[in-house]
Design a protein around this ligand. Structure first.
Ligand SMILES: C[S@@+](CC[C@H](N)C(=O)[O-])C[C@H]1O[C@@H](n2cnc3c(N)ncnc32)[C@H](O)[C@@H]1O
Length: 178
């Protein structure tokens, strides 16, 4: 375990050197656990599929995708501390064979192997930065689930409104298919 912790610290520190000029596309504002499950169900995530969470925060979507849906789950997170925290949780839960976090800029990754992509970022980032990238990279049939902010130039296959998550917050989920 001690060795795993050192690898985690070294990994996050080394990779964070690559994040220097990256743009922060949203603040950290986590999705409630009940909504995480709904996002992955809406995205039809199946065992063995590859999923990416763009801006993975504390890793909650990646963790549920690997633990409950048995997917191959990858998060991309700019914030070094959130990367460390989520990677530590993945190790603690013994999910490191099929879940990991890249500490880097989500606009600099390759998503061409994705079956599902989840996105919870601000509208400007969603429409002007992420959409052109996903248009270029995603293979045909890839599903995308966006939370609260839609992709204006794409037509959703399904929209799910959650009026109250039990804590007084409402949410809207959008499902797209490339
Ligand atoms: C609204 S939070 C969503 C967190 C998580 N996906 C969830 O739904 O619980 C957005 C996250 O994106 C991260 N982020 C913002 N800009 C980024 C970038 N350029 N590359 C990678 N992560 C970024 C933030 O640090 C934050 O953790």
């Amino acid at each position: 375990m001690r060795r795993a912790c050192w690898l985690l610290v070294i990994g996050c520190a080394a990779l964070s050197a690559q994040t220097g000029d990256a743009e922060k596309l949203a603040p950290y504002y986590p999705t409630p656990e009940t909504i995480v499950d709904k996002m992955l169900r809406l995205g039809g995530l199946k065992a063995g599929e590859k999923m990416y969470d763009l801006g993975s925060g504390d890793g909650r979507i990646v963790i549920v995708a690997a633990q409950k849906f048995h997917a191959e789950a990858v998060g991309v997170e700019l914030d070094k501390d959130l990367c460390k925290q989520s990677t530590a949780k993945i190790l603690k839960l013994g999910l490191d064979k099929n879940a990991h976090i890249i500490n880097g800029d989500l606009l600099k990754q390759n998503y061409s192997s994705a079956d599902l992509v989840t996105v919870y970022l601000l509208p400007d980032a969603v429409n002007n930065k992420v959409q052109p990238l996903l248009d270029k990279q995603l293979k045909k049939g890839t599903r995308i689930v966006a939370k609260d902010f839609d992709f204006r130039n794409w037509t959703p296959e399904k929209v799910e409104n959650i009026a109250d998550d039990g804590e007084g917050r409402s949410h809207t989920l959008y499902l797209y298919r490339k």
